[in-house]
Write a protein that binds this ligand. Structure first.
Ligand code: TXA
Ligand code: MG
Length: 316
């Protein structure tokens, strides 16, 4: 992975503009929100979003929260509902994330949603996050700014300890006032608590006038990306292919003769950025099977193989 000298920037106009430029150029920045620091990238840029997973060392493409400046901007990306409107009016900007059906014209990288039909969106209240989202004027995908499996960061120093050298900059906005991640509420069906967090469940239920359904770990629809056959193309998927059977098309990696190549130069960040696009494109060509070249397991290779294994899993 390329190494970066991570800048620690003050959240003044210069720092905000610098970070906005880094985002526009496809770079990664850490930004303070009222909950925890987020590891942000332009949510429309496949390569930038792939770099988030690489920087975190995430072995899976979990879906990410998209941060926007206002509810009006959020409505460009999700199918808005009356319930969403009530919760947004009560709690935005703030520590509440809403999961809603993604709009077909959203124009976001499929890596942001892990190719799910829903999108998690939030309007953060932190003035530095607000200033950056306004200056950048675009959607920022941001998981917590910590290496995978480590504790979420609530200061710029925590971010530097975990991610220095892996991101271009951190905007130092001091300590996060809330200190735990946002509450996530699913609104694509019955309003459901997907993760307790910075806004108390009771407060949300008071606004809704009804209890939230609880997330059931056994229900695959509420555990994004966790069920075995999560993204299932129409064609049968065969992994670690070094040849092509009749009726198959090859999804290549590295210098191979193939229908579509995840990365000719064997770059795993580029391969991750292309993964969902190429699977959709190959599937649309209607082959009986999709054979996939071996993908190394290091770096983003673990996440790519995880997703491909799910795509190849036997289905009903
Ligand atoms: O406070 C927060 O929410 C922080 C700050 C940076 O905004 N962000 C954060 O992101 O905690 P992350 O990636 O660590 O957690 C995002 C959670 C994951 O558990 C993911 O499964 C869930 O959001 N999520 C994202 N998109 C989803 C979707 N479409 N459906 C269900 N869950 C989703
Ligand atoms: Mg996290």
């Amino acid at each position: 992975m390329p190494q970066h000298q991570t800048l620690r920037l003050s959240p003044d106009a210069d720092g905000i503009n610098r970070c906005s430029e880094i985002l526009s150029a496809g770079g990664l920045i850490a930004l303070p929100t009222e909950t925890v620091y987020g590891l942000g990238a332009d949510a429309r840029n496949d390569h930038a979003v792939a770099r988030i997973f690489d920087a975190k060392g995430r072995p899976r493409f979990n879906p990410l929260i998209v941060h926007v400046a206002s509810a009006d901007v959020a409505r460009r990306y999700v199918e808005w509902t009356d319930t969403a409107d009530r919760l947004a009016r009560a709690f935005w900007p703030g520590a509440l994330t809403l999961v809603l059906p993604i709009r077909p014209d959203a124009g976001l990288s499929p890596l942001v949603t892990a190719d799910l039909p829903t999108l998690a969106v939030r309007v953060p209240a932190h003035p530095v996050a607000q200033a950056l989202l306004t200056a950048f004027d675009g959607p920022v995908a941001a998981p917590s700014a910590n290496p995978s499996g480590k504790i979420s960061p609530t200061t710029a120093t925590h971010v530097m300890q975990g991610l220095s050298g892996r991101i271009e900059a951190v905007l130092d906005g001091g300590a996060c006032p809330v200190g735990v991640e946002s509450t996530i509420v699913g609104l694509s069906g019955t309003p459901t608590l997907l993760r307790p967090g910075g806004v108390a469940t009771e407060e949300i239920e008071a606004v809704l006038g009804q209890p939230l359904a609880r997330r059931n770990d056994a229900d695959p629809l509420t555990a994004p990306g966790q069920m075995l056959s999560h993204y299932a193309p129409g064609a049968k998927v065969r992994l670690n292919a070094t040849d092509i059977a009749p009726g198959e098309m090859l999804l290549g990696f590295g210098p191979v003769d193939c229908a579509l190549n995840l990365s000719e130069r064997g770059d795993l960040v580029e391969a991750a950025a292309n993964l969902f696009h190429h699977l959709h494109a190959l599937d649309a060509m209607g082959p009986q099977g999709i054979a996939v070249s071996p993908i190394p397991m290091h770096g983003l290779g673990a996440a790519i193989n995880d997703r491909l294994t799910r795509a190849a899993a036997p289905r009903d």
